[in-house]
Design a binder for this molecule. Structure first.
Ligand code: DGJ
Length: 538
């Protein structure tokens, strides 16, 4: 009996101590981030690169309260190897302590970004004792013209060992100092990995690997048809060799070089991530500089965790849970579509800070069940109280538990509209919801100027019992039966606010002008709102 009691006390203590540990949890309709078993959706923002190097600077600017008041629940902040390990083997975690303390005081979660071997391809954040040993103990990558960019080679054992050691010390520090509280909910490993100048490293070490047999796991993936369209095509075009070195299997050229490099970048990243997870097993991800604007590998950071190389990264870096796009280019909907794959839940750790983000967040959460959304340089967000992202986050924040519950059930959807693509039909339960940019109505003066349309968006939550909750901005929706039989009418629309406990409260009955005398449900252009629609069929 006594033994049983002791065991139970130990189990209870273990659970209590680990209650706040973040994890990724498969729901059957995707994957959710959970903290202490409870789903958590990230309304985030990433600090500008140098802000977190100085607590004084951030405090002077009032950054933490500003972000909390703006509706964020999570801040993405870099952790710099050069500051953590200024002298070899001597660690200084004061910058991490500052982040933990400030986030907790302001009731915010943290995602820490390990600026280790690579930051936007380059190795500028490595400590000086590493930099001063470039070309000696630590190897740089080499371009085909013999030049050595300040990019550490993915093929050097000393490089990966030094990084993995520092990263594991950092993760251990987090376990000891945050394991019970769970302030840090995810960690990004490196930042925008990828080779510049050439599609692959041409150093001696790299050339040796290039002339060695393609590893078994990669060959096995190819033969099982799981390498993805792009990689498979390069392999097929090169003659589908069943074994051989990288040239024999993939041929020559930029695409082949990128495939080789992706495998080894992923292997390096895996070594670092696995060393960290051994100390503290919380979700980890990598972020991606996109291959946009018609550039070739090497012009864009070659071999990073890009959509066309995702199977390689998933294979060679299994400790990385998510592959995430950094979106600085046009075409937001198509980019996020590429990174929302069956085995990759969408999370957007960076997106250029523009007013449209206020609308974009609804598409990510609604259509893709995203884990979260996070514009870059958030500490420099415009101060206006009614800045779109602030309106969106403030609307969403109290609704997050409900959204998470519906995401898990697969009962959310969403759309984004702009001047070029003003409408989308979403079908739910045999009803076509025709969602259009509000300016298609032509009622607002802005409607006649395409330059003023901007992006608008809505997410729809299926609440059951003929009820649908609309959250978003600037979208007007009409309903009809998908099978064309009969009609769908509006029984009622209520404007919704959420109380502090996330409970829906009906604020106003919307009818008359607000629903165009029963013709549509509309969140007007420029406004952010939640409306509960109940329909009937006749
Ligand atoms: C993407 C990087 O990941 C960020 O750290 C930052 O450099 C932005 N680009 C651009 O400012």
């Amino acid at each position: 009996m006594k033994r049983l009691t002791v065991t139970l006390i130990c189990i209870a203590a273990y659970i209590a101590a680990h209650a706040q540990i973040p994890a990724l949890y498969p729901t059957g309709n995707g994957t959710q981030l959970t903290i202490g078993g409870k789903p958590f959706i990230i309304l985030g923002g990433e600090l500008a690169n140098s802000s977190a190097s100085s607590g004084e600077y951030m405090d002077m600017r009032g950054t933490w309260p500003y972000l909390a008041e703006s509706g964020l629940n999570t801040v993405l902040a870099p952790v710099y190897w050069e500051l953590i390990e200024p002298q070899r083997g001597k660690y200084d975690f004061s910058s991490v302590d500052y982040l933990l303390k400030s986030a907790r005081t302001n009731n915010l979660k943290l995602i820490l970004l390990w600026f280790g071997t690579w930051k936007n391809s380059m190795s500028c954040y490595v400590p000086s004792w590493v930099k001063r040993n470039f070309g000696k103990e630590f190897e740089l990558a080499r371009n085909s013209d013999g030049s050595t960019p300040e990019i550490m080679s993915a093929f050097s054992e000393s490089n990966v060992r030094a990084d993995a050691k520092a990263f594991s010390q950092f993760m251990k520090y987090l376990r000891l100092n945050d394991g019970a509280e769970g302030t840090v909910i995810m960690v990004q490993v490196e930042n925008e990995i990828g080779m510049l100048g050439d599609a692959r490293d041409h150093s001696k070490l790299a050339d040796n690997a290039y002339r060695s047999p393609v590893p078994y796991d990669m060959m096995y993936m190819l033969r099982s048809g799981k390498a993805g369209k792009h990689v498979e095509k390069i392999w097929k075009d090169a003659g589908m060799a069943a074994e051989g070195d990288w040239k024999e299997v993939f041929g020559e050229g930029t695409d082949a070089d990128e495939i080789f490099m992706a495998y080894w970048y992923a292997r390096y990243t895996e070594r670092v991530a696995a060393a960290g997870k051994k100390e503290y097993n919380i979700p980890m991800f990598v972020n991606t500089a996109l291959n946009s604007r018609g550039r070739k590998a090497g012009e864009y950071p070659s071999a990073g965790p890009l959509a066309h190389l995702m199977p390689i990264w998933k294979l060679a870096a299994p400790s990385i849970d998510l592959i995430c796009p950094d979106i600085y280019d046009k075409g937001y909907p198509s980019w996020i579509d590429m990174y929302a794959a069956e085995n990759n839940q969408l999370f957007i750790p960076e997106i250029r800070q523009v007013a449209e983000n206020g609308a974009r967040v609804f598409l990510a959460l609604g259509k893709y069940g995203a884990i979260g959304f996070s514009p870059f340089s958030i500490d420099n967000m415009p101060e206006e109280q009614d800045y779109p992202l602030k309106k969106a986050y403030r609307l969403l924040q109290p609704a997050l538990d409900l959204i998470a519950e519906k995401q898990a059930e697969g009962k959310t959807d969403g759309m984004l509209a702009d001047y070029e693509n003003p409408e989308t039909t979403i079908t739910i339960n045999g009803i076509d919801f025709r969602c259009r940019h509000d300016l298609t109505l032509g009622w607002n003066p802005e409607a006649s100027d395409p330059g003023l349309w901007g992006e608008t968006s809505v997410m729809i939550l299926d609440m059951g019992n003929d009820s649908y909750l609309f959250l978003g901005t600037g979208v007007v929706t009409t309903m009809s039966p998908s099978d064309g039989k009969g009609k769908v009418g509006i029984e009622s629309i209520d404007e919704i606010v959420f109380d502090r406990n996330g409970k829906m409260q009906k604020l106003r009955r919307l009818n008359g002008d607000e629903d165009h005398q029963g013709r549509h449900i509309r969140i007007p252009f420029g406004e952010y709102g939640a409306q509960l629609l109940k329909i009937y069929r006749y």
